[in-house]
Design a protein around this ligand. Structure first.
Ligand SMILES: Nc1ncnc2c1ncn2[C@@H]1O[C@H](COP(=O)(O)OP(=O)(O)OP(=O)(O)O)[C@@H](O)[C@H]1O
Ligand SMILES: [Mg+2]
Length: 308
């Protein structure tokens, strides 16, 4: 079992699209997958469940916000299995394939959770500070591993928000691997280097305390690689400006996936509405079938890297 955070500081680079398609294709190939939506925008949630279902069955006490609320209010957390649901549309389609996609949903109110968690930090003594830091940052890691074992998940994917707040830090500390979707442009490639440094600092800080505490194991997430998204293809390959940024990223020493997600607003924009990621939709035309082949290639590479 592997826990993977899908993250980039930059918004709108395709994190949620990569997460939903990766989850769906892995399940199609027979894997049991849990996806965890840690972004208050809840885009991943609404890619799999309808706003109506969320409103009636999840909003009040079955989202990751409820779980973080327990921590900030000093109450025991509910088991994450109480929050897990199996969205109907996609799983009906996966029925004969042996795999599944389960989701832990997000909530628009997750945006405020961070401020509340931050007030818990600090303490009158170094020991208190250490205990509080570990609880506020490391609890998800413990609970997610428990759930993944109970449910026999092959992969857990965490869709992170485009920031580096305490909720995001919980995701990173819980992860074995980090997957970075990025657009091949100047600002996105600058951000990757910065993200790498920020993750290293976070892990050093966490391990500084975890090392001295019996309850918490040290964290050591690895950079799995950058998956380039929104690629403009001409004559079967990315346009030259984008190829330059891809090469530049490789020179940073960050692993880069050979596969890419090409840009296609028509095909990618509509998919979330029907509860089925692009990779599982029936082909609308030749471009769609090329896109599906490219996503399958990416998932093949992803599985190879994990030995899955
Ligand atoms: N390959 C693609 N081609 C064209 N449009 C895309 C592609 N991938 C995603 N999009 C569109 O771009 C927008 C942003 O994508 P997505 O939500 O996946 O990014 P994100 O990084 O998760 O954003 P956020 O930071 O807001 O969470 C969406 O409208 C989505 O439909
Ligand atoms: Mg997103």
């Amino acid at each position: 079992m592997e826990i993977i955070s899908v993250i980039n500081y930059k918004g709108g680079v395709g994190k949620t699209t990569v997460t939903s398609n990766l989850a769906a294709e892995l399940a199609w190939e027979g894997k049991s997958v849990l996806i965890l939506d840690m972004d208050a925008q809840a885009s991943l949630t609404f890619s799999f469940v309808t706003p109506d279902y969320w409103d009636k069955h999840l909003k009040d006490n079955r989202t990751i916000k409820s779980w973080f609320d327990c921590i900030s209010q000093g109450n025991p957390t509910m088991p994450l299995s109480d929050l897990r649901v199996r969205p109907e549309v996609v799983n009906k389609f996966l029925k004969t394939r042996g795999g599944c996609v389960d989701i832990i949903s997000s909530h628009l109110g997750l945006i405020n959770v961070d401020l509340e968690l931050a007030t818990l930090l600090g303490g009158a003594s170094p020991t208190q500070t250490q205990k509080k830091y570990l609880k506020v940052h490391g609890k998800l890691r413990e609970e997610l591993n428990k759930l993944a074992q109970e449910m026999n998940y092959d992969v857990v994917l965490i869709d992170c928000p485009p920031n580096f707040n305490i909720v995001t830090k919980n995701a990173l500390i819980a992860s074995d691997k980090i997957l970075v979707p990025a657009k091949p442009d100047y600002l996105s490639t600058l951000g990757i280097d910065y993200l790498k440094t920020s993750v290293e600092t976070l892990i050093d800080d966490f391990n500084f305390y975890a090392k001295k505490d019996d309850e918490f194991n040290e964290a050591s997430p690895e950079f799995m690689g950058v998956i380039f998204t929104m690629i403009q293809i001409t004559s079967g390959r990315p346009i030259s400006a984008q190829r330059q940024y891809i090469s530049q990223t490789k020179r940073l020493g960050v692993p880069v996936f050979d596969s890419v997600f090409r840009e296609n607003k028509t095909i990618f924009a509509d998919a979330p509405r029907n509860g089925m990621p692009v990779v599982l939709n029936s082909y609308s035309n030749n471009t769609h079938s090329d896109i599906v082949a490219e996503i399958e290639q990416f998932v093949g590479e992803f599985r190879n890297k994990l030995g899955l």
